[in-house]
Design a protein around this ligand. Structure first.
Ligand code: DOR
Ligand code: ZN
Length: 348
């Protein structure tokens, strides 16, 4: 007999869709399942203004027309040249969030923010402008120059200082939280901070990434951490309303992943809900899945929850990820751990 679970349609509060042919290739996996997604601006060229975001949104809407209901929620990228005026204009153009990438921390972030100059940005009223429009500041919280496993906790003092320099900014999201120390910091500032949690940080550890053979499709930023960090992520998401789902699904062409110099990003969009249902079931927490993927993020962003539902079904046949073998250009979805089988799928 099949088990099934019907939940409010979920949202993805952190998604990379890219542009052009890549966008057309990857967007179906998200648009067929999620009601909304917060679209990351680290495209090439980047999304820096309300105008850029408007054009990008049109491109996404054209590519998702056939799934009608999917709503992209737009962001712009913060750079050292972003002015308060640009923030006001972006807000008026419908942009809901601003993404802060420390310079050089990940894919297409060379034009990001110098963490040592946050005070100056606050004095230039950049964060006040966000507060004026009730925008959300989304932070890739890693310090690019620190040892790789320390990069996330090393940013905590910078964020602490920012809370003081930008007292009117009420909603900050620490994206793709990966360490116990950062999760603890977010939970202890739950009046102003929230965190997104990805499926891959909940599923993989450093040992999966490089304990036996190096698995390029598991390589992402922040790097997946220890099983003790991972247990903390589970603990906080099961006990705290301000931890919600953002996939950070980040497609790269196959030749950029399976290469000597491997691009960071796990393309998880095609497997997200089956993988989440599988993991939540293993944690005896299926009753928290809906809150995590469908309620908390919408509540935090001040948007109504989706009205319709999706149904997850557990049946006798394992879920098979489509692999696109042989085409060098197409992104390959993140494979499951060796020997792992998932029986959940989204009913169509
Ligand atoms: O692994 C990642 N890939 N982390 C990020 O922060 C960016 C993303 C990308 O755009 O490829
Ligand atoms: Zn991302």
């Amino acid at each position: 007999m099949n088990d099934s679970l019907t939940i409010t349609r979920p949202d993805d509060w952190h998604l990379h869709l890219r542009q052009g042919r890549m966008l057309e290739r990857v967007v179906a996996a998200s648009a067929q399942v999620f009601g909304r997604a917060l679209i990351m601006p680290n495209t090439d060229p980047p999304i820096l203004s309300g105008l850029d975001a408007g054009y990008y949104k049109q491109e996404i809407l054209r590519a998702t027309e056939k799934w009608g209901k999917f709503k992209p929620i737009m962001t712009i990228k913060l750079t050292m040249n972003t002015t308060a005026r640009m923030i006001h204009e972006a807000a008026e153009a419908g942009v809901k969030a601003v993404k802060l990438y420390p310079t050089g921390v990940t894919t297409n972030s060379q034009d990001g923010v110098d963490l040592g100059r946050l005070k100056e940005m606050a004095e230039n009223l950049v964060f006040d402008a966000m507060a004026d429009h009730d925008m959300v500041l989304c932070i890739h919280a890693e310090h690019p120059l620190q040892p790789v496993l320390e990069r996330e906790p090393y940013v905590i003092p910078f964020i602490n200082a920012l809370l003081g320099w930008a007292p009117r900014l009420q909603r900050i999201v620490i994206e793709h939280v990966s360490t116990e120390r950062m999760a603890q910091f977010v939970a202890s500032h739950s009046d102003r901070l929230a965190a997104t949690v990805t499926a891959h940080h909940l599923y993989l550890t450093l040992d999966d990434l490089l304990g036996e053979e190096l698995k390029p499709h598991y390589f992402c930023k922040p790097v997946v951490k220890t099983s003790s960090d991972q247990s903390s992520l589970w603990w906080y998401l099961l006990h705290s309303d301000n931890f919600f789902f953002g996939s950070d699904s980040a497609p790269h062409a196959l030749h950029k992943k399976e290469a000597c110099s491997c691009a960071a990003g796990a393309f998880t969009a095609p497997i997200l809900l089956p993988l989440l249902a599988h993991m939540f079931e293993q944690h005896d927490a299926l009753d928290t899945l809906e809150e995590f993927v469908s309620h908390r993020g919408a509540d935090f962003y001040g948007m109504e929850r989706n009205y319709d539902t999706i149904t997850l079904v557990k049946n006798n046949h394992p879920f098979v990820v489509e692999y696109n073998e042989g085409n060098d250009e197409l992104p390959r979805p993140m494979p499951l751990r060796n020997g792992e089988t998932i029986y959940w799928h989204v009913a169509r």
